[in-house]
Design a protein around this ligand. Structure first.
Ligand code: MN
Length: 474
């Protein structure tokens, strides 16, 4: 979907028509300039002088699907009582951009006319008060509109608002239930829909098998060509790869038919299938679909949302699981992986397609999967948990490294990282907060974006940083 953001400028009639004309033309100029620099267009809608103009634009913003949020700014003073009705009705994400048209105070030119026209410094304070008074979730970004750093922050907020829109549209296709007895992958699906917009429903594995049987050899040939273009084939078992292609085509067909953007399955329910989808799930994730193993529909939806929040609308974010630690002093690292399903958007090089025995689950044949090392760099891991009556998003800053060991017998993709503030304190904080073993690992969605997303969705947010201690966290 084409998405855009609406620019709404606050003013009033007090200053006369000449001032309002200047405000109008400058608002247009700023919107056009920001559109050039930002990931989504900024559409200037109105310089509002009355409560009616504000409620009109807010109602239209709520109604129009393409509007992913509004950006407000007060070039002049805009009395805030006239904003109350509109802001109370606002259902889209809101960014209050506290900027001003001129960068400098012009020494010779400044007089009372200049002061009347350029009073964002107090106009934005009046505007900020009403946001605080109404307890409206909002992102506040202050700074000059031409500054690179300011623009990057607006761009990040835009991606976050798009993440909120993707969340509200989210449909998750579940094959099989959650893994038996596991607690953290469970959750209140009614509350998830109420709060986050997710529609989470189940389809039969038998229906997937029927869909797989209907896939043609020609369709498999076409997908095989895509695999070969992106990955090295490092197995003689071409049949296993073709089987994964058959699974991928069938899963994708069922998801697209239902408008689903994420799916989950479980190794405990593969009745009629020869392999747990490995390469199939990995390639679907690379296309932007969310995935969660062991029936984990929460991490599946979060993967899809965080992918959509990343670079180009499909960033380097992936379903991940904390597997094992390296606890040597000075070399303390977590090793993350999964049974098969790690998204190749994390890969540092060209992934290899391999086939190996998988003892867990009902695999009649050795599943094909992509094997690679994760990239080095700063990243986050995020986990959404259901606390019973409320949802909590936990984000931890991590530093990924090139895996310090080659691990030649490990038959899956792997990522190695150091959690903040350090491995053991980070583990203590994560466990204190109740974070899951399943996460979304992302290189290009920041903790600030996830905090803003949690604020828009009105859920709890916990951030474990280089400065966090278990005491402070409690
Ligand atoms: Mn798992």
């Amino acid at each position: 979907m084409k998405r855009e953001f609406w620019f709404v400028v606050g003013s009033q009639f007090l200053y006369g028509p000449e001032v309002l004309e200047i405000v109008d033309s400058r608002a247009k100029e700023i919107a056009e300039d920001l559109t050039e620099a930002l990931p989504y267009p900024v559409v200037y809608k109105v310089t509002a002088k009355t409560g009616r103009e504000i409620t009109d634009v807010v109602r239209e913003a709520n109604y129009r699907e393409e509007c992913a949020g509004i950006i407000t700014w007060c070039h002049t003073f805009s009395p805030s009582k006239m904003w109350i009705d509109g802001l109370r009705d606002l259902q889209k994400p809101w960014c209050h951009f506290a900027t001003q048209y001129n960068r400098e105070i012009p020494n010779d030119e400044i007089d009372m006319d200049f002061m009347n026209l350029n009073q964002a410094a107090h106009g934005d304070r009046e505007h900020g008060f009403i946001g605080a008074r109404l307890r409206k979730p909002r992102k506040i970004i202050a700074g000059y509109w031409k500054d690179e750093k300011v623009r990057r922050r607006i761009g990040d907020w835009m991606r976050t608002a798009v993440g909120a829109a993707v969340s509200r549209e989210m449909k998750v296709m579940r094959f099989g239930d959650n893994m038996r007895e596991v607690a953290v992958t469970e959750g209140d699906k009614v509350e998830a829909q109420n709060r986050l917009g997710w529609q989470v429903n189940t389809w039969a594995v038998g229906d997937l098998v029927l869909e797989m049987n209907a896939v043609t050899e020609a369709e498999i040939d076409a997908l095989m060509a895509e695999y070969e273009a992106s990955y090295d084939v490092a197995t003689d078992d071409i049949g296993a790869i073709r089987y994964q292609a058959r699974e991928e085509i069938a899963i994708r067909r069922m998801m697209d038919r239902e408008g689903c953007r994420a799916f989950s399955n479980t190794f405990q329910d593969l009745y009629g299938m020869e392999q747990l989808p490995g390469l199939a799930s990995q390639h679907l994730m690379s296309l932007g679909y969310g995935y969660g193993g062991e029936g984990d529909w929460k991490v599946s939806a979060m993967t899809a949302i965080m992918k959509a929040m990343g670079e180009g609308g499909n960033g380097a974010s992936a379903f991940m699981e904390d597997y094992t630690y390296h606890l040597v002093e000075g070399q303390e690292y977590s090793l993350g992986a999964h049974m098969l399903e790690v998204c190749p958007s994390l890969a540092s090089g060209r992934p290899r397609i391999e086939t190996h025995h998988l003892g867990i689950g009902m695999n009649e044949k050795d599943p094909a999967r992509l094997v690679f090392e994760g990239k080095a760099g700063s990243a986050i891991v995020a986990s959404l948990i259901d606390m019973g009556g409320r949802l909590r998003l936990i984000v931890q800053d991590i530093e990924c490294v090139k895996p310090i060991l080659p691990m030649p017998n490990l038959p899956v993709a792997r990522v190695m990282w150091r959690a903040m503030p350090d491995l053991t304190t980070g583990v203590e904080c994560w466990i204190t907060a109740g974070g899951a073993h399943h996460t979304v690992l992302s290189y290009d969605v920041s903790a600030e974006m996830m905090r803003d997303w949690a604020r828009i969705m009105d859920i709890e947010f916990v951030h474990i940083t280089k400065d966090t201690t278990p005491e402070k966290l409690e």
